[in-house]
Ligand binder design. Structure first.
Ligand code: TYD
Length: 157
């Protein structure tokens, strides 16, 4: 099983569609291992978006992300990083495919509803950045045996 970090961004919280976004992940079969609401501080956001620090939109991005609380989640499943990125869609909401979260709810390249870790390495780093160990829960979901086949369940990854 793999884990990935999702941030439901201020625009989604403000537009009252956070529940719809969470529902999509639940319905797909991903397991929520951790979830909280938090007003993200500029210093953490600057670390999180360090790869964009030379971009013109950097300061605007930080102040938008720090404007009202976000909802943060750790999702777990087989190939969770890839699965979630695919569900989220491309950065620019206007280009994102219908059926993806951004494609269905966003027409912006900043107010684009969610952040999802880009790859396995980023996921590990981001989970550590935003969650303490004791905020992450180990539990077996009732429907687990129906979400994956037996063969998949016994394979480690
Ligand atoms: P990036 O890591 O390129 O994309 P993604 O979120 O799809 O992994 O960009 C991070 C965030 O930066 C993006 O979700 C929104 C913001 N952003 C802007 O504010 N303006 C822009 O022109 C772009 C390209 C991104």
């Amino acid at each position: 099983m793999r884990q990935t970090l999702v941030i439901i961004k201020p625009d989604a919280v403000n537009r009252c569609i956070a529940g719809k976004v969470i529902q999509r992940f639940e319905e797909k079969g991903l397991q929520i291992k951790a979830m909280k609401m938090e007003l993200l501080q500029p210093y953490v956001l600057k670390e999180h978006y360090a790869h964009l620090k030379d971009k013109k939109f950097f300061e605007g991005l930080i102040s938008y992300m720090a404007s009202i609380p976000s909802m943060l989640m750790i999702l777990e499943g087989k190939d969770a990083v890839k699965v979630v990125r695919k569900m989220v869609g491309s950065t620019q909401g206007r280009d994102a495919e219908p059926g993806t979260i951004r494609g269905d709810y966003s027409v912006s390249n900043q107010s684009n509803i969610v952040h999802a870790s880009e790859n396995e390495e980023a996921a590990k780093e981001e989970i550590k950045r935003f969650f303490k160990k004791e905020e992450i829960y180990e539990y077996k979901k009732m429907d687990f045996d129906w979400i994956y086949s037996r063969d998949e369940t016994y394979m480690k990854k």
